[in-house]
Design a protein around this ligand. Structure first.
Ligand SMILES: [Zn+2]
Length: 244
């Protein structure tokens, strides 16, 4: 098993986050899902929702509205769209506006995560995102005065510094030797995966992560900390918005 293989599908987006169109062969197809031999559709995970897009084949179009993760990756076709039979060569396109917005949002969350860990020592307990908005939960018993403004300012300083965001793949033992690599409060990297994909905002935040990211922090835009909510004893939820 390698980090970029899910069932029979080679996941192209894990090594090329800018890829938006590709050719593939249909291995299996039903109205419940289409399995390709290779795909750049992000299937969802780590709080980042799945990509949308289209498959083009023999003069017709199949709209893709999501991805389901099972033994294979199943691209979910729009209801009543034609389904390409097994063996068909398709040209696929990932919807760029949604994916690019999600990349900015996901990288923005890692900046937030890096700042809150560095300045307050708080671990992440959960998170979720939509294009340009997100929430992240932290294990943070005390909220000091001016916290919201200070976090927002620190995040935007890291964006202005235009830090590189590198992706690399390391053997499991080597990855786990990096201090603080598992930034979430629980270890989410499944057992038995021999390689770990690392997303490194150089100088700020290094995490094991399977998501798609922009190449440097300036591409995020601006982070606004919209709201801080108390989620029971010691837990805080930060809601952010990404702007140009
Ligand atoms: Zn992430």
């Amino acid at each position: 098993m390698t980090f970029d293989l899910h069932g029979r599908t080679r996941r192209l987006e894990l090594t090329d986050q800018d890829l938006r169109s590709f050719e593939a062969v249909v291995l299996e197809a039903t109205p419940d899902g289409i399995v390709l031999d290779r795909s750049a559709f992000y299937p969802g995970g780590g709080g980042q929702p799945p990509d949308h897009g289209v498959l083009l084949w023999q003069g017709v179009e199949t709209r893709i509205e999501g991805v389901r993760k099972g033994d294979d990756l199943y691209l979910i076709p729009a209801a009543d769209d034609p389904i390409p039979p097994a063996g068909t060569v398709v040209r696929a396109a990932v919807a760029d506006e949604r994916r690019s917005a999600l990349m900015r949002t996901h990288s923005g969350l890692h900046v937030l995560c890096g700042v809150v860990f560095r300045d307050y020592g708080a671990l992440v307990t959960g998170g979720n995102m939509e294009p340009m908005t997100a929430r992240m939960d932290f294990n943070l018993p005390e909220v000091p005065p001016g916290f919201k403004e200070a976090v927002e300012e620190a995040c935007n300083a890291e964006i202005a510094a235009d830090r590189r965001i590198d992706v690399r793949v390391l053997p499991r033992a080597e990855a786990f030797a990096i201090p603080d690599i598992i930034r979430t409060a629980t270890n989410l990297v499944p057992e038995g995966i021999p390689e770990v994909r690392i997303v490194d905002i150089v100088g700020l935040d290094t995490q094991a992560d399977g998501g798609t990211h922009v190449a440097s922090t300036k591409q995020i835009g601006r982070i606004k900390v919209a709201k801080i909510e108390s989620k029971g004893r010691g837990f805080r939820r930060l809601r952010i918005a990404i702007a140009d």
